[in-house]
Design a protein around this ligand. Structure first.
Ligand code: LLP
Length: 438
């Protein structure tokens, strides 16, 4: 089984209490407080190894972790050590992976509205590829590279018009998308680059069709469209563009109803599609970039919460409130995402109850899990929510002026703090009261 097919971090064990990476989750909650993000190093390294092994027979593959899923110094260091580069979308992500020691030539800067400041930082730190999203940006990037007397290697971000079956908000490749050039615009941008933008060197194409995808067929369709376009461009402009970034998107298992393909099956269908389409359009199989985010980090992460109050609505449901919610995990409120959980300090052998897990934030929509069966949840219990590694910490906010949780890395019965819990002092640190108000 691939790590992305597992509901829980692969080191999860049920002794009396739940343990991950050999660490008792109840002890972790006591030591570090809750809410607490926990990252299992073994699950993280294992999925990186699975990706590498699944693609090792493809002649030229570049793995880039999509930092937007979770970006921190320690996790970036682990992912870089596993041989991955990074897909980044902001100065913050670029700076973080740089600080973590990433090889910057294996970093791509992507996004639909990069600022001049961000572009300058990316050039100064030696980012290897820019994904150029639109006409405005091509001009801006050329100008800044010119000023710095340098040439930058770019991929053209295109919208291949694939509609995959995922939540509308996380679809990105469909026509009418805010990302990338429409395929009818690639001639115009290529002409412009050839005639006016001598500081841009086009290497190939980039696309991303969406996230939490279960059907390899979506990627096969994407590859066919991109290779067809690459072949057309090469023949029309007498070029030899040979790089294709097919984005991220492989899904994970949030509940037992989710059934994503393994990394191996996903890789096999991609390699097969590359071979078939390259033959069909008579070009060499291109250099490939893939940018998985969720499937790398989601399963490795869980969040621990303390259960507090509860409320039985007369003839209605039973709410169990936790000390976190939409500020540390906005996905249920934003995308109706469904999560699985267990009580770390209780086995399923006492009376079971069907409950709703409510967040602590002042909004009725702050419901973390609509319906779950748990062994009689009570105040003081520790709830472990699975698959929170991706798009939780990275999308966390300070809503209600609540401090962001800490994050610990667990492995071999050892736990290390990798993100300190925010303090009340942190909340006011960057604020000031103007003198005239004093
Ligand atoms: N590459 C590009 C260009 C992307 O836009 C994304 C994600 C990825 C790679 C990584 O995709 P992944 O492997 O993680 O599916 N906040 C949403 C997900 C937004 C994804 C945005 N782009 C969520 O929580 O579901």
């Amino acid at each position: 089984m691939s790590v992305n097919q597992s509901l829980k971090p692969i080191t999860t064990k049920r002794e009396n209490n739940l343990t991950i990476g050999g660490c008792d989750l109840v002890e972790l909650a006591k030591t570090y407080g809750t809410p607490l993000y926990v990252i299992d190093e073994v699950s993280l390294r294992e999925i990186c190894k699975e990706y590498k092994s699944a693609f090792k027979d493809y002649k030229n593959i570049n793995m880039m972790y999509a930092s937007k899923a979770l970006c921190s110094l320690a996790t970036s260091k682990i992912i870089a050590d596993e041989g991955f580069g990074f897909d980044t979308v902001s100065a913050g992500e670029i700076y973080t992976v740089h600080k973590a020691g990433a090889n910057m030539s294996k970093v791509l800067f992507n996004g639909n509205n990069k600022t001049s400041r961000e572009i300058e930082l990316a050039i100064d730190l030696g980012v290897g590829r820019f994904s150029v999203d639109n006409f405005y940006e091509a001009e801006l990037l050329n100008q800044i590279a010119g000023k710095k007397n340098t040439t930058v290697s770019i991929l053209l971000r295109v919208a291949p018009g694939i509609e995959c079956h995922t939540h509308e908000y996380i679809q990105t490749g469909q026509i009418d998308s805010k990302f990338g050039f429409d395929l009818t615009q690639t001639d115009e941008i290529l002409n412009k680059i050839q005639s006016d933008y001598s500081n841009l060197k086009v290497k190939g194409l980039h696309a991303h069709i969406g996230s939490q995808i279960f059907e390899p067929k979506s990627f096969e369709d994407e590859i066919d469209i991109l290779i067809k376009e690459l072949a057309r461009i090469n023949s029309k402009y007498k070029l030899n563009l040979n790089e294709l970034n097919i984005g991220g998107g492989l899904g994970v298992t949030y509940t037992n109803d989710d059934n994503p393909p393994s990394v191996e099956v996903f890789a096999a269908s991609i390699k097969q599609a590359l071979k078939i389409s390259a033959e069909k359009y008579s070009i060499e199989e291109p250099v490939i970039y893939i940018e998985p985010g969720r499937s790398i980090i989601s399963t490795a992460g869980v969040t621990l919460y303390s259960i507090g109050s509860s409320k039985q609505v007369p003839n209605g449901r039973k709410y169990i409130a936790i000390d976190g919610g939409m500020a540390d995990n906005p996905r249920p409120a934003m995308y109706q995402a469904v999560y699985s959980a267990e009580i770390a300090n209780k086995k399923d052998n006492c009376a079971l109850e069907t409950v709703t897990i409510a967040g602590r934030f002042c909004e009725s929509g702050d419901i973390l899990i609509e319906k779950i069966i748990l062994p009689k949840p009570e105040a003081g219990d520790i709830l472990c929510v699975y698959n929170t590694g991706a798009y939780n910490y990275s999308m966390a906010s300070n809503y209600n002026r609540v401090e962001k949780p800490a994050m610990v890395l667990v492995n071999n019965s050892q736990s290390d703090m990798i993100v300190n819990r925010e303090s009340l002092e942190d909340l006011v640190l960057r604020e000031c009261i103007p003198d005239r108000l004093k």
